[in-house]
Each structure stands twice: as structure tokens, then as C-alpha cells.
Design a protein around this ligand. Structure first.
Ligand SMILES: Cc1cc2nc3c(=O)[nH]c(=O)nc-3n(C[C@H](O)[C@H](O)[C@H](O)COP(=O)(O)O)c2cc1C
Length: 221
């Protein structure tokens, strides 16, 4: 996979080479670049084009430190307690794998050092029972991460802070009706590469006309 990280990166090439990047340097990202990323994010879709979102650029180190502690609580509960099983590959419920586990653990321990966080906020969701509410922001979040990739900036969609949702909302003055939908730490990668993310093959998860009806790959080319 190409090491290109400039703005002339092809769209399809970018789609195929944007894994979660969790080893980030603390080098600052220029404000004009951040605005570029957000300007790309807001081109993403939302129901009825309602754009009921807000994007907080978080650099305040005290606030990041507080949220990091809440994030690590979530990490410990969800993954920290399973460390041995995941690293020995005896934990059958694991889907991350040892390498990604270590990278996610690194992020949990160092997330406060990512120079910038983006908090993606969606209005009118705190008491919405709509299971598809997030569809009105996650496309935009992915735009943001792909635009970051074009600038050579790494990102990960994270949610492990979310058992402290109300604390985060209070700390950042987020309206009551809204929810934080993701925290995206951004930074220039200091380890790892823009490699193709590993996935189950399309032939295992795509069906023709009926759930479970497999596609003979050779025929859809
Ligand atoms: C809803 C959701 C929540 C996630 N939360 C976290 C998180 O809190 N911390 C983290 O390190 N990665 C988080 N991720 C990133 C996933 O672990 C990542 O997308 C997955 O492992 C695939 O990574 P890859 O694209 O590098 O293969 C989250 C992703 C999604 C879609």
C-alpha cells in the first residue's frame, strides 16, 4: 500500500489505506488544517440534511486529562480485564487480536497526548429512541478521518469514555438534548503505516437478493 499522505491521494486508495492510527505524536496540527478537516466532515450526510451536529475542537489539556481518565476506566472495564486472554489468544470473544489490542492499549494510556481531539456531537438524540440516529453523523465522522488521512494525520473513532457521557457534556457545556457520538484523537502517526485494514472478505458478508444467499464472486466482476 502506498505511503502517500498528500492531498493528491486517490479516493479509492485512501479508502483502502485508512486504518485506526493510535500511535500519535504530540506535534501540533495547524488550525487551518483542522478547519479543512471539519469542512470535509460537514459534507457528510444527515437525515433531511438537518445537520443537527456540532464539532468541538478540544485542545485544553486539563479537560483532555479529565476525559482521558474516564476513557481509561472504560478501557479497563471492557478490555483491560481481558488483557491476558487477548494477548495469549485464548479469549474467544475477542475480535481485535493482540496487535490491535496493544495499539488500543497504547491509545488508552496516551490519548491525552494526541494534540487535538474532535468531539462529534449530535443534537436531539439524548432522549431519542431512534436506533438509526447515529447515521446522521457517522458518515461525516468518516469524512473527517479520510480528510485527515489525506493530510497525513491519523485518527480513531473512539467511544470508551461514554460511561461518563453526562460528565463530558457538563465539562464541555454540551446542550442537554445532545449526545457526544465520538471522540476522535488526531495526530501525526509516529508508528505503524497506512496499511489496508483487515476485514472479512466481501464474499462472506454480501448476499444476492436474500440474506444468506451467497454471491459467486467471479460473476459480479
Ligand atoms: C462505534 C465504534 C466505537 C469505537 N470505539 C473505540 C474506542 O473507544 N477505542 C479505540 O481504540 N477504538 C475504537 N473504535 C475503533 C475500532 O476498534 C476500529 O474501527 C476497528 O478495530 C477496526 O480498526 P482498523 O480499521 O484499524 O482495522 C471504535 C469504532 C467504532 C465504529
Amino acid at each position: 500500500m502506498s505511503k502517500k499522505s498528500s492531498k493528491d491521494l486517490g479516493l479509492i486508495e485512501g479508502l483502502h489505506s485508512t486504518p485506526a492510527r493510535r500511535y500519535l505524536s504530540s506535534d501540533q496540527i495547524k488550525d487551518e488544517v483542522l478547519m479543512d478537516l471539519l469542512d470535509a466532515a460537514i459534507r457528510g450526510p444527515s437525515g433531511g440534511n438537518n445537520q443537527d451536529w456540532g464539532w468541538i475542537i478540544l485542545k485544553d489539556q486539563k479537560k483532555k486529562q479529565l476525559i482521558s481518565d474516564w476513557y481509561r476506566e472504560g478501557w479497563q472495564r471492557a478490555y483491560g480485564v481481558r488483557r491476558e486472554g487477548i494477548l495469549n489468544e485464548t479469549d474467544k470473544s475477542d475480535t481485535l487480536g493482540p496487535k490491535n489490542y496493544l495499539s488500543a492499549e497504547h491509545l488508552a494510556n496516551n490519548i491525552q497526548n494526541a494534540p487535538v481531539w474532535i468531539i462529534a456531537v449530535l443534537r436531539n438524540t439524548a432522549s431519542s429512541g431512534n436506533p438509526r440516529a447515529g447515521a446522521s453523523i457517522y458518515g461525516a465522522v468518516q469524512h473527517l478521518m479520510l480528510a485527515a488521512r489525506a493530510h497525513g494525520i491519523g485518527a480513531t473513532l473512539t467511544t470508551l469514555y461514554s460511561s461518563h457521557e453526562e460528565d463530558v457534556k457538563k465539562l464541555l457545556g454540551i446542550p442537554k438534548d445532545a449526545m457526544t457520538m465520538a471522540l476522535i484523537p488526531l495526530g501525526y502517526p509516529e508508528k505503524g503505516r497506512w496499511a489496508q485494514p483487515k476485514r472479512k472478505p466481501v464474499s462472506d458478508i454480501a448476499f444476492r437478493d436474500h440474506w444468506g444467499q451467497s454471491i459467486e464472486y467471479s460473476k459480479i466482476r
